[in-house]
Design a protein around this ligand. Structure first.
Ligand code: F6P
Length: 341
């Protein structure tokens, strides 16, 4: 079989490990050939391909980003998008497609499957908010980076008696904030699922300083005050309708300074969380997803994606990834609250 592979959406540590596993097992166990589409759906729309053989995936385990490139191109936002995808697949002699991506890329894959395209998915996002799978790869690396940043900020916060705010990624879900905040000993964690009460945040800061200690608050980029709205860096929307989030950390710092008189500063981790080498856990998960995705292609399990359930990798319908995003359970957030203030 000739299998096309693409990576779409935000890059994510572990993408290259998925590619390596797909190609290594696909070539060795099934004798498949591969073609890489550049920059997600853009490459399929425009017939922009690159070779993807075993030599191309050597040495990829520690490498961040994706050797295929990525983009947020949406074929369904283009008039003849689906027809162009079919033309490319035919011209390239591609029998099946593996789409590695998050809510947007897998949403497109789901619709293409409904249109009869032979596609299998691999879930990817540092945000860990895709449904159907317990975890996505990239998340562990992002949490480790954010935790290290929090560890480092503690000493500055204490030395200068400051409030330090750490803004992390997480558009719809606060998984990174919750895990990194808990692991790094934050004294407040604010997530998109639970609009926050500014009076409560003020009380956490005051109580921390009463104990002669400094305050570290971790906030997801998608968090918002009760009755407020997401803070946007730019209202301009991408092809999937997402505005660019960012700035809630600065908003909080300003508000905390106004209310408490304490100096408050913000560190925005941004793309640092997505860059660099994946952790061992992410390499392990990404590799297993790749192995099971190519098995699914061989078995003709179209319209499915690899998912982690407990310690097992299973194939679930692609639609599971996007029909309901996986958000932080209030009970899990409540566990962390004992450390607030
Ligand atoms: O979906 C993953 C993610 O990292 C989000 O947390 C974030 O809002 C978004 O991507 C940023 O995307 P971009 O790099 O395209 O600005």
């Amino acid at each position: 079989m000739r299998v096309g592979v693409l990576t779409g959406g935000g890059d994510c540590p572990g993408l290259n490990a998925v590619l390596r596993a797909i190609v290594r097992k696909g070539a060795a166990a099934y004798g498949h050939e591969f073609v890489g589409f550049r920059d997600g759906w853009r490459g399929v729309l425009e017939g922009d391909v690159r070779p993807l053989g075993v030599p191309d995936v050597r040495g990829l385990l520690p490498r961040g980003g994706t050797i295929l490139g990525s983009s947020r191109t949406n074929p369904f936002a283009i008039d003849d998008g689906v027809a162009r995808i079919r033309e490319t697949l035919e011209a390239q002699g591609v029998d099946a497609l593996i789409a590695i991506g998050g809510e947007d890329t897998l949403g497109v894959a789901t619709r293409l499957h409904d249109d009869g395209v032979r596609v299998v998915g691999v879930p990817k996002t540092i945000d860990n908010d895709l449904g159907g799978t317990d975890y996505t790869f990239g998340f562990d690396t992002a949490v480790s980076i954010a935790m290290e940043a929090i560890d480092r900020l503690h000493t500055t916060a204490e030395s200068h008696h400051r409030v330090l705010i750490v803004e992390v990624m997480g558009r719809h879900a606060g998984w990174i904030a919750l895990h990194a905040g808990l692991a790094g000993g934050a004294n407040g964690i604010l997530i998109p699922e639970q609009p926050f009460d500014m009076d409560r945040v003020e009380a956490w800061v005051e109580s921390r300083f009463r104990d002669r200690y400094a305050s570290i608050i971790v906030v997801s980029e998608g968090a918002m005050p009760i009755g407020g709205a997401e803070v946007l860096q730019s209202a301009q929307k991408d092809a999937f309708g997402h505005a660019r989030l960012g700035g809630v950390g600065d908003w909080l710092a300003h508000e905390i300074e106004r209310r408490t008189g304490k100096e408050a500063r913000t560190t925005v981790l941004g793309h640092v969380q997505r860059g660099g080498t994946p952790t061992a856990r992410d390499r392990w998960l990404a590799t297993r997803f790749g192995l099971h995705a190519i098995d699914a292609v061989e078995a003709g399990e179209w319209g499915t994606m690899a998912a982690l359930r407990g310690t097992d990798i299973v194939m679930v319908p692609l639609l599971e990834a996007t029909k309901r995003l996986k958000t932080v359970d209030p009970a899990l957030y409540a566990e962390a609250e004992v450390f607030f203030g």
